[in-house]
Ligand binder design. Structure first.
Ligand code: PMP
Length: 309
């Protein structure tokens, strides 16, 4: 997995500092109560242009800032400044490879008591180098988790809060301990939600199906990208509807989408082989298209790529 890069620069308490100097107290509210909110954004290195292209930066910052309202967060940095900080950090760190940018807004007060209103927030951001995070070539063996996805009225999955990742960690750990690559969460009503840190798609009868934005999922930016590419470029019928557990066993293809996971085909669920046990044709086509788009090779979607240098 990803490691911290010595020499990298962080944005912390209003300025740029070496990442080792960006430290918080053990009494910090967010450290005690999970009251942080974050984003995960990829930058792709293109050798042709000798540049890093940050993928859908605007959309990530938009999701980040919208969720401030749920978490009662107010910070001096606005959308455009947050975007500039992300670009600036990669530049100052001097990376010339794939990167992952992590803006984080957190309750930085040293105060006791789980509450959101009236607790001060602060923005920080760091960047690490990151290549492929899961096996995107041969397909993943996944299992339905015994852990249920958090529900919107408990800890909203729509909000990428630090505290909510205990749920993801439980499911991911269980699946890995049982010898699987990844987990699929069901909701409290038993229908399918998503993976531990990725959205889920299935293909059945030529249609691309994914769970709706009200199904206790993080509304993924990669999900949105895949939906648009499937509709616009592959001319596929795309359906957002609840998915039942057993549809995972009878579908033609399945894959995950996410900034980290990218487009990651699934080859089995609960040891039931999907299709012929290899990434299916639609999964492969979408994966190829996705990689061309993120590397800035498709002019039509070039506006999704922000060059760093
Ligand atoms: N669901 C969860 C729980 C996630 O953590 C992620 C990763 N951010 C996703 C879905 C995918 O979202 P995105 O495509 O915006 O990275």
């Amino acid at each position: 997995m990803a490691t911290m890069e010595p020499g990298a620069i962080a944005y912390f308490e209003g300025g740029y500092v070496p990442v080792e100097e960006a430290k918080v107290s053990i009494m910090t509210h967010a450290f005690n109560y999970g009251t942080g909110l974050f984003e995960g954004i990829r930058g792709y290195y293109t050798a042709d242009e000798d540049n890093i292209l940050i993928f859908r930066l605007k959309e990530h910052v938009d999701r980040f800032v919208r969720n401030f309202n749920v978490m009662c967060m107010e910070i001096p940095e606005g959308r455009e400044e947050i975007e500039s900080i992300c670009v600036e950090l990669v530049k100052r760190s001097g990376f010339r490879e794939g990167v992952y940018i992590r803006p984080l807004c957190y309750k930085n007060e040293l105060s006791l008591g789980p509450k959101l209103r009236g607790v001060q927030s602060s923005l920080c951001c760091y960047v690490i180098k990151l290549g492929d995070y899961v096996d995107i070539a041969s397909g993943l063996d996944v299992a339905v988790s015994s852990w249920r996805r958090l529900s919107d009225n408990a800890i909203p999955s729509r909000v990428k809060s630090t505290g909510s990742y205990v749920n993801s960690s439980l499911a991911a750990t269980e699946s890995k301990q049982a010898g699987f690559d990844e987990a699929i969460f069901l909701r409290e009503d038993g229908s399918v939600a998503e993976g531990s840190a990725m959205n889920l798609f299935i293909v059945m009868g030529g249609k691309l199906i994914t769970t709706p934005t009200t199904a206790d999922i993080l509304v993924g930016i990669t999900r949105n990208t895949v939906l648009e590419l499937a509709r616009e470029e592959l001319g596929l019928e795309v359906v957002e509807r609840p998915i039942a557990r057993t549809e995972l066993y009878v579908c033609d293809e399945a894959f995950f989408s996410g900034t980290g996971a990218q487009v990651a085909p699934v080859r089995s669920v609960d040891r039931r082989v999907i299709g012929n046990g290899e990434p299916g044709p639609i999964s492969r086509e979408l994966q190829d298209l996705y990689f061309n788009v993120v590397q800035g090779k498709v002019q039509k979607y070039r506006h999704w790529c922000t060059p760093v240098y």
